[in-house]
Write a protein that binds this ligand. Structure first.
Ligand SMILES: [Mg+2]
Length: 375
């Protein structure tokens, strides 16, 4: 069972990764790639034993615990993340730590640059945020790291000068537009799990089939990540939906299933994750085994923990968790919500401009000449 890449464990990942959950089906050979699977829900539900039913219930408990409406009702919802200092409060210290090093920015998309909304297709970032990210990329190499497919996340961000790591880093692409930090026109940089594409397409079709009678559910095929959204599914239907998803996964015990905010995500059994993508991008930028780099990774999701963990292991840079509530995390700092992320990024840009001005003035003073200020 190739599930070592599931660094962030939860009830659902454990359920799908455990062969004992669906013992009979785990013996079945995988379906032939490219064939269409028609699964009778009734038959599959009958196949689920009592332990499986209990596991499905634990999925649903996890679905409830992670849903924004339930988080809102939590008594800590209005409190700052008590486990982590605020990245805004600690801004000067972060900049001091980065002194003499190249800052490289890594930004998650959903819940970091855009608000979490009911309809995932409507998770637009504001123009103000886009302009802010554009300015950040003017001064620092910048990458968007998302669970969404590469094309989809690009269609939301629409900044050609950035690096993009879609599908949790399984689909990485360099900038198509030259900037100070990049060479334009680079082709796809890396697709570490391309051999799983036929299987992912097959599972997508099976998920579409079994969820078609669950009102409000949608299934996205983001190439290396299939997403079953249940934001608009009646909570009374969650057990049924979890059972249906479990029934499909039964035939694909090697695939990895995790749960985000009102979404199931299914990925290939690749050890690749957002943390590996961060390392790959640092290497691509020429910072492999380099002490003079300071990566800053900002994200709100469990899958971002892989990147936070890499930064901790490297002893480099800062992981910043976007969250209003305390969480078990490998991040070092917190920001409460996307608007605070934007404030942090703007402050970063102003800090860089100010540093450049000071450098320029010092140089001009040493040379005893009057020169126009840089922008
Ligand atoms: Mg996110």
């Amino acid at each position: 069972m190739a599930n070592q890449n599931v660094v962030v464990s939860d009830a659902i990942t454990a359920a799908v990764a455990a062969p004992s959950l669906f013992p009979a089906a785990a013996q079945k050979p995988p379906a032939v790639p490219g064939t269409y699977i028609s699964i009778s829900q009734k038959k599959l539900v009958q196949n689920l034993d009592i332990n499986s039913a209990a596991r499905i219930n634990s999925w649903v408990d996890s679905m409830r615990a992670l849903s924004p409406t339930h988080i809102k009702s939590h008594s800590l919802s209005d409190h700052r993340n008590m486990q982590l200092p605020s990245a805004m409060d600690m801004f000067e210290q972060i900049m001091n730590d980065s002194k003499g090093k190249q800052i490289v920015m890594f930004l998650d998309y959903d819940g970091t640059l855009s608000p979490i909304v009911e309809d995932a297709d409507q998770a637009f970032m504001s123009n103000a945020m886009r302009e802010t990210v554009r300015k950040v990329a003017r001064y620092f190499p910048t990458a968007i790291v998302s669970g969404r497919g590469l094309d989809q996340v690009y269609s939301f961000v629409r900044l050609a000068e950035l690096y993009y790591a879609g599908s949790h880093g399984m689909d990485i692409k360099g900038p198509s537009k030259s900037s100070k930090h990049t060479k334009g026109g680079e082709a796809v940089l890396y697709q570490p799990a391309s051999q799983f594409l036929p299987m992912m397409d097959e599972v997508y079709k099976a998920l579409l089939e079994v969820t078609k009678d669950t009102p409000g559910s949608t299934v996205d095929n983001n190439k290396y990540c299939l997403s079953v959204h249940f934001r608009r599914v009646d909570e009374k239907k969650w057990i049924e939906l979890a059972t249906k998803v479990g029934s499909v996964m039964e035939a694909y015990p090697d695939l990895i299933l995790t749960q985000g905010r009102k979404v199931f995500e299914i990925r290939p059994p690749s050890k690749w994750n957002k943390g590996k993508a961060l390392e790959f991008l640092l290497e691509s930028l020429g910072y492999a085994n380099c002490a003079d780099v300071y990566p800053i990774y900002i994200g709100d999701d469990r899958t971002d923990e892989d990147a936070f963990k890499i930064l901790r292991e490297r002893g480099q840079g800062s992981g910043i968790l976007v969250s209003k509530i305390p969480k078990d995390t490998n991040a070092s700092y917190s920001l409460q919500e996307p608007s605070e992320v934007m404030a942090f990024l703007r402050r970063l840009v102003e800090w860089k401009k100010s540093s450049l001005r000071k450098q320029f003035m010092r140089k001009a003073r040493l040379q005893g000449i009057k020169m126009p200020l840089p922008i």
